[in-house]
Design a protein around this ligand. Structure first.
Ligand code: TXA
Ligand code: MG
Length: 328
């Protein structure tokens, strides 16, 4: 049985139940401002291995450490001056920093997949209250089966992991709807490992430096989780569609109709008013709705590549990556 507690109506009960469940070494689904996370005590090997099992996640793929404040962060990692500046400007918020781990930090090596760095972030919203109350950092990947679309609501988590999970905290739809932006500072270079909910332009404005994209930062995948096929719907995905074929689902942007819509199975618009923030918040829920329609193919209209568009396009391209077993 999965217990779901609404944090908006029962915050105190939610905090107490979350802390009790975490203390028993069990994962809890928590709402962050980006997506829902599957959280466990970062110092408990049993709790961490349950996360990997529940998600079917490869053990070489490290988890992000979620902390409540700077004092907690400094117990686990060392900040270089640029990372410090970024954290001060954007935490709590959708920014994960890859930083050297302190020796004897207490974070279980399973959480960091044996690396000597840690991905760390201070989330906003109710999840931060949970960490504050629990008093220890929580390791949390997105609360979905490995390779599937990240959950932006408690209902998404329940549909995917319910039954296997003791507790879900429900804070309503996630504000941002895309995972955090992952940044690694190397000397005086700022490298983007994953575009996400924090606009890279904001990082460039703050630091006065160009952020190096994965293509320019070297070919190797630096965030072990950035495998090409991810966010995988059962439907095939067609990119930059200029029309929609009969029976396809169309996900478009900006309110302009496309040829063929009359014979589409379903037409969804990420943001009729062409607002990328709104589009980001809707993306994963619309991908799930499109997939649930049973259509063989989801066609995506073009999305502008500036701002959050970069992260939206990244997720759509991963959903479109070649893989076995699509419907089409
Ligand atoms: O917004 C988010 O980041 C959400 C919420 C729940 O906080 N979390 C999330 O976690 O998206 P996950 O596990 O789905 O993605 C974490 C990514 C993976 O691609 C992983 O490989 C990378 O971060 N990562 C974690 N630690 C790393 C490290 N030390 N070095 C490089 N990449 C790391
Ligand atoms: Mg994930």
């Amino acid at each position: 049985m999965t217990l779901i507690i609404d944090t908006r109506t029962e915050p105190e009960r939610a905090l107490t139940a979350a802390c009790e469940t975490l203390a028993r070494g069990l994962p809890v689904a928590i709402p962050t401002e980006t997506v829902y996370g599957l959280a466990a005590d970062a110092t408990s090997p049993d709790a961490i291995s349950r996360i990997y099992e529940m998600k079917g996640r490869p053990r070489f793929n490290p988890l992000i450490l979620h902390i409540a404040d700077f004092d907690m962060a400094r117990r686990y990692v060392d900040f270089d001056p640029i990372s410090q500046k970024l954290a001060e400007a954007f935490w709590p918020g959708p920014l994960t920093l890859i930083l050297p781990m302190k020796p004897a930090s207490g974070v279980h090596p399973l959480a960091s997949a044996g690396l000597d760095t840690l991905g760390i972030r201070m989330p906003d919203g109710f999840s931060r209250s949970v960490i504050k109350r629990y008093g220890k950092p929580l390791a949390a990947p997105s609360a979905n089966t490995s390779g599937k679309i990240s959950p932006t609501s408690a209902q998404h988590v329940e549909a995917d992991l319910g039954g296997r999970l003791a507790l879900i905290l429900d804070a309503g739809p996630a504000d941002i709807g895309l995972e955090s932006t992952i940044i690694k500072v190397d000397g005086d270079e700022i490298r983007l490992l994953r575009p996400g909910g924090l606009d890279v332009a904001d990082i460039e404005k703050l630091t006065g430096k160009a952020v190096l994209r994965p293509e320019t930062a070297g070919a190797a995948i630096e965030a072990p989780g950035m495998l090409a096929s991810h966010y995988a719907p059962a439907a095939a995905v067609r990119l930059n569609a200029v029309d929609v074929k009969p029976g396809e689902v169309l996900i478009r942007f900006g309110g302009t109709a496309m040829p063929g819509e009359a014979n589409a199975a379903l037409v969804l618009d990420l943001s009729p008013s062409a607002n990328l923030r709104e589009a980001a918040a809707n993306l994963f829920a619309y991908m799930k709705r499109a997939d649930a329609s049973g259509a063989a193919t989801i066609a995506f209209g073009p999305i502008p590549s500036e701002g959050l568009g970069e992260a939206i396009i990244d997720r759509i391209e991963r959903a479109a990556a070649p893989r076995e077993g699509t419907r089409a």
